[in-house]
Design a protein around this ligand. Sequence first.
Ligand SMILES: [Zn+2]
Ligand SMILES: [Zn+2]
Length: 162
Amino acid sequence: MELTAVAVSQSPEEKFREFLSSRPRPQRYTDQQRDMVRYIFSKHNHFDADTLCEEMRQKGLNVSRATVYRTLTKLVDAGLLRCLETGPKKKYEHDYGYPQHEHLQCQLCGKMIEFQNPAIESVIRDVCRTHNFHMNGHTFVIRGTCSECNRSRVTKRRLDLI
Ligand SMILES: [Zn+2]
Ligand SMILES: [Zn+2]
C-alpha cells in the first residue's frame, strides 16, 4: 500500500543539490549520488543499505558500499530520507514528498505496514506541548506478527495436530 504523495516544490534531486551546495564546504553532486537519488525515489520502499547496494548492482548501477552509506546519511540530513531504527539494520524510506505515517513491522517476514492515525498524531502533539518541545519528526514502530504470518502459524499448528 502506498500513501498519497505530498506535493513538493522541488524534485528530490534539486533539494539534495541545494543541500550539498549550501554546506559550510560545498560538495559536488557526483554521478553515483545522482544514480542513488534517482533509484531511491523511483519507488516508495523501506530498505537497508546492503539491500540498496545489491539492487542497484543488479540494475547495472555501480556504487561502492562506502558511497551508499555516506550518501544515505547525507540524504537523511538533507530531509529527503527518514531513518527507522527497526533492529540490527537501519531502514530508510522517503520523507520528502511523503506524508507522516507510522509502521507495523512483522518480525517473521520483515514486512512493514504503513498506517496513519489522527489520534496518535494528536497525542504526540499534546506530549510535545506539555514539554514545550519543538518536534522535528518522529518514528513509531509496532513490532509483532502480520496477519499472513499469523494465519500460516495457525495452519501449521493445526497440521501438527493431525
Ligand atoms: Zn509477516
Ligand atoms: Zn513507511
